[in-house]
Design a binder for this molecule. Structure first.
Ligand SMILES: C[S@@+](CC[C@H](N)C(=O)[O-])C[C@H]1O[C@@H](n2cnc3c(N)ncnc32)[C@H](O)[C@@H]1O
Length: 293
């Protein structure tokens, strides 16, 4: 089931084989699962689900949490990164989990699973690698591999969060523009990533029924529980994103360095306030679904 990432074009805004990105995603996963209220907040009980897939699972934090909480489930994670899937496998082994599997796989190509394989297909934060026009076909693939009555669930954000840091706002705007110019995100203007407003519509258009949404707001103002983790996430993310922003012609190294330093100073100031908005949307494959309904 393995594919060779070297033979594939990387569409991710960052290098999926970068160890720093892997560690960042691991920390971000802890923050998100805690602050979003668990592995499937607000959704139906997962205990009846036997086969669960996480697309673009990164270092596998969500998959491992689900496997712990639901030992009767068989949980699968796929990611294009060889490094992250190896790390995830090692974590599963050291935690004594035998109900998980991780595959190196490109989510932008036909998924190497038979029709009707999973009760739940989950994907969190795919905006950074899915080209604009590919969302419908990717969701059709999800519909193909999920069982009738099963669930597809997407969680996305509209950037690094809203804040009273002018430099943070500027960098966030630059990121949205760069993502837009690279043919990703679903904004028509490039002023945002554009996923949140249309997430439920994507599921509906793919043929899902009973589509539901749940917003999540993470307070990362000074003094909040998530402040430190979000500060670290922002500083590491933007350092990693610097080459992408420069490559897309959005900024220069000098301008970036100045903004980056300013963002750190503003985030460390005692009146810093920030809110990170995410949205989960999920829908069900109709019990008697026809492909591409
Ligand atoms: C922002 S991270 C999200 C990771 C994880 N879902 C989470 O929420 O913690 C995006 C992930 O997509 C993976 N990725 C990038 N391009 C991919 C592709 N074409 N197919 C599968 N995974 C890909 C990256 O390696 C990275 O792990």
């Amino acid at each position: 089931m393995e594919t060779n990432p070297q033979e594939q074009e990387n569409t991710y805004v960052l290098n999926p084989e970068d160890a720093t990105e892997m560690v960042r995603l691991s920390h971000q996963d802890h923050l998100l699962t805690r602050d979003l209220g668990g592995v499937f907040p607000g959704g139906p009980d997962l205990s009846a689900m036997r086969d669960i897939l996480d697309i673009a699972c990164g270092p596998g934090g969500w998959v491992l949490d689900v496997a712990h909480e639901y030992p009767k489930a068989r949980v699968v994670g796929l990611d294009i990164s060889r490094k992250m899937t190896s790390y995830a496998r090692a974590q599963a082994q050291s935690q004594g989990l035998d109900n998980v599997r991780f595959f190196v796989m490109n989510a932008l190509q036909p998924l190497k699973f038979p029709d009707n394989s999973f009760d739940l297909v989950n994907a969190r934060l795919m905006c950074g690698f899915v080209p604009k026009d590919v969302w419908p076909s990717l969701l059709q693939e999800c519909m193909r591999i999920v069982r009738p009555g099963g669930i597809i669930r997407l969680t996305e954000t509209d950037g690094g969060g809203l804040s009273n840091s002018p430099a943070g706002e500027t960098l966030d705007g630059m990121l949205a523009r760069a993502v837009h110019l690279s043919g990703k995100g679903l904004s028509r203007t490039g002023k945002s990533l554009g996923l949140i407003p249309v997430l439920a519509r994507l599921l509906h258009n793919a043929g899902c029924v009973n589509v539901q949404q749940r917003p999540h707001l993470i307070n990362f103002s000074v003094g909040s529980e998530s402040y430190e983790a979000c500060y670290q996430n922002a500083t590491v993310s933007y350092q990693l994103l610097k080459p992408f922003l420069i490559k897309m012609g959005i900024t220069t190294p000098q301008e970036f360095d100045q903004l980056y330093q300013q963002m750190q100073i503003e985030m460390l100031s005692e009146d810093f306030c920030g809110m990170w908005l995410l949205l989960s949307a999920w829908g069900q494959k109709p019990a008697a679904a026809t492909q591409g309904a």
